[in-house]
Structure formats: C-alpha cells, structure tokens
Design a protein around this ligand. Structure first.
Ligand code: CMP
Length: 151
C-alpha cells in the first residue's frame, strides 16, 4: 500500500472565518489520518521558506504578508495517495475554478485569500512540513477504521 504524508495548512483567512473545524472534518471523513497539527503564527522566515518557489512572482510579497498576518493551522495527514486526495478535497488554487464540494469551491472567492494550502507532491509535503514540525512531532498510531479503508 502506498501510504503518503501530505502537508495541509488552514491559512489565516480560514482561521478568521472559523473554517478550521469544517476543514478538519472533511479531512477525517475522507479517511486521511491527522498525524500532527498545531495552530501557529507563521513567521516571515517560515513563510519565505514555504513559498520560496514563488519568490519571483508578482504576488509573492502579498502572499508573504497574507500568510504571516494571523494564526494558521498546520497539519500533516497520512493515507493512501494522500497528496492527490487532499488536493481534490482542497480544490483548484483559484476558487473561481474550484468545484463546489471542494473547500475552496465552497468557501472561496479570491485567489489571494484561498483559505487552505495543500502541498503538490510528496517531496514538497516533506519539505514544507519540516518548516513547521520536527519529525518527532509526527505521531504513529492506527485509526480503528483503517481495516476498512485499506481492505
Ligand atoms: P497555495 O496553494 O498556498 O500556493 C501558492 C499560493 O500563492 C496560492 O495558494 C495562492 O494563495 C497564491 N497565488 C497563486 N497564484 C496567485 C495569483 N495569480 N495571484 C495571487 N496569489 C496567487
């Protein structure tokens, strides 16, 4: 079985708009297991590492400002094809393109305030969660429904 770890963040607008609980519910309901989670104030240094790939984009300065501007919730989730699955739950980057039923499709209007982030590959997930978590903060446990999820 291909178990993957994915990094997900409820961004400051998602926290301010009280969507933390709903986003966690969607993740759990899908069968993805939360193995680490914290609410934190993202520092400029963390944000610059996280979004280094966008450094030369015109929206970079605004993105750093946005992600550091209030508390966010960072989490690591684990499951079969976790990256693909989480990104389908999250929806397209631009909420205008995100399908209803996805988090951004249900709650977003604005690409600059798109509520949630999910890493786009297993490698990037590891790079990103390592900015916010020590490896020892990732908890190893078995969910009672795994026998059905992975039958
Ligand atoms: P995220 O999934 O966190 O990955 C990079 C972020 O950059 C993205 O969500 C948006 O918040 C932001 N972003 C991507 N494209 C644009 C754009 N064209 N204009 C403004 N922000 C963008």
């Amino acid at each position: 079985m291909d178990l993957e770890r994915e990094f997900i963040m409820v961004k400051p607008d998602g926290v301010q708009r009280a969507h933390i609980g709903d986003i966690i519910t969607r993740i759990e309901r899908a069968g993805l297991k939360i193995v680490a989670m914290k609410i934190l104030q993202v520092t400029r240094e963390q944000a610059e590492k996280h979004y280094a790939v966008h450094k030369d984009k015109p929206f970079y300065a605004g993105l750093i400002e946005y992600i550091t501007n209030g508390p966010a919730v960072a989490m690591v989730v684990e499951g079969r094809d976790a990256v693909k699955h989480a990104r389908r739950l999250v929806g397209a980057t631009d909420p205008h393109d995100a399908l209803p039923g996805s988090i951004r499709g249900d709650y977003g209007l604005n690409i600059e305030r798109n509520i949630v982030h999910a890493a786009d590959s297993v490698e990037n997930a590891k790079t990103e969660y390592s900015i916010y978590f020590d490896e020892k903060e990732l908890i190893v446990y078995t969910r009672i429904d795994e026998a059905q999820l992975y039958a």
